[in-house]
Design a binder for this molecule. Structure first.
Ligand SMILES: Nc1ncnc2c1ncn2[C@@H]1O[C@H](COP(=O)(O)OP(=O)(O)O)[C@@H](O)[C@H]1O
Ligand SMILES: [Mg+2]
Length: 267
């Protein structure tokens, strides 16, 4: 079971969009996928058309009052989801009174061994806090999601150093990868930015790039992953490529590859 988390202390860079649609792409490739919403804003839950109502949520799982399998809801695209609600914010307060609250998710995931091929963790927009700490502790790979907009390179370098520092201080052992999103190849600016990310991060940067696509916004509004809305869209293709890359394996398997920048999508 491979566990991926989607991180960046910045909001709006595409973490949730990546978590939902990578889950959809993996599922379309026949993988058994679980997506856990770890953000009290519950955007992954909403974006998959789920209303947890009175049912168990991520808060119940982290607090130990529900197992992960009890909290799972089947949503569109063949994805299993553990939904979040605003109340997840309470876990921060409760954590002050518990022993090792950052290990709650790791413990809960032990009960799932063998049930899923991939588990995806959608994190809140912060580097600190007990929810992100749970994700970093539980995951094999933390994917830093970077919008290819202004100051992308500076933002990504800073964010990567923050998460690497967290890894060095704690006893988490995750690999870091970087994913470029919201890429608009029509602008020279974005192309230069992608080139700079490639030069700076080399094999840590996924070769797959998620382009800007209105289909992704439409899919979220409809509560489905983009593969269900339009299986021929470029967003569907981008996430299929990312899914294949994730399945190739850990950073070790891409280390040592040719570091020359890859052609930009569509070129
Ligand atoms: N590749 C993309 N193309 C178009 N819109 C996108 C793309 N990625 C994200 N968005 C939109 O940008 C906004 C922020 O994305 P989101 O995934 O919620 O970011 P985060 O989880 O990092 O806060 C959302 O409205 C989302 O629909
Ligand atoms: Mg989000």
């Amino acid at each position: 079971m491979q566990i991926f988390s989607f991180v960046n202390q910045k909001g709006g860079c595409g973490k949730t969009t990546t978590a939902i649609n990578l889950a959809g792409a993996l599922s379309a490739q026949g993988r058994r996928v679980l997506l856990i919403d770890l953000d009290p804003q519950a955007h992954a839950t909403l974006g998959l058309g789920c209303d947890p109502g009175d049912g168990p949520t991520t808060l119940d799982v982290l607090s130990g009052s529900s197992s992960l399998s009890e909290a799972v809801v089947a949503v569109a695209g063949g994805i299993d989801l553990v939904p979040a609600a605003l109340s997840l914010g309470e876990f921060e307060e409760r954590a002050e009174h518990s022993l090792r609250p950052e290990q709650a998710l790791t413990h809960a995931l032990r009960g799932l061994e063998g049930d899923y091929d991939e588990v995806l963790l959608d994190c809140p927009p912060r580097a600190d806090g007990v929810l992100t700490a749970n994700a970093l502790r539980a995951c094999d790979t933390a994917i830093l999601v970077v919008e290819t907009g202004a100051f992308a390179l500076q933002g990504a370098v800073k964010a990567l150093s923050i998460f690497e520092e967290i890894r060095a201080c704690g006893d988490s052992r995750f690999d870091m990868r970087v994913l470029a999103t919201l890429f608009d190849r029509r602008t020279r600016f974005a192309r230069d930015m992608l080139f700079a990310l490639h030069s700076r991060f080399g094999p840590l940067l996924f070769e797959s790039v998620i382009r800007t696509s209105v289909r992704l916004r439409e899919a979220a509004a409809c509560g489905v992953p983009v593969q269900i809305l339009d299986k021929r869209s470029r967003a569907t293709n981008d996430f299929a490529a990312l899914a294949s890359e994730c399945l190739v394996g850990s950073t070790d398997s891409v280390r040592g590859k040719d570091l020359a920048p890859t052609p930009l999508p569509g070129e």
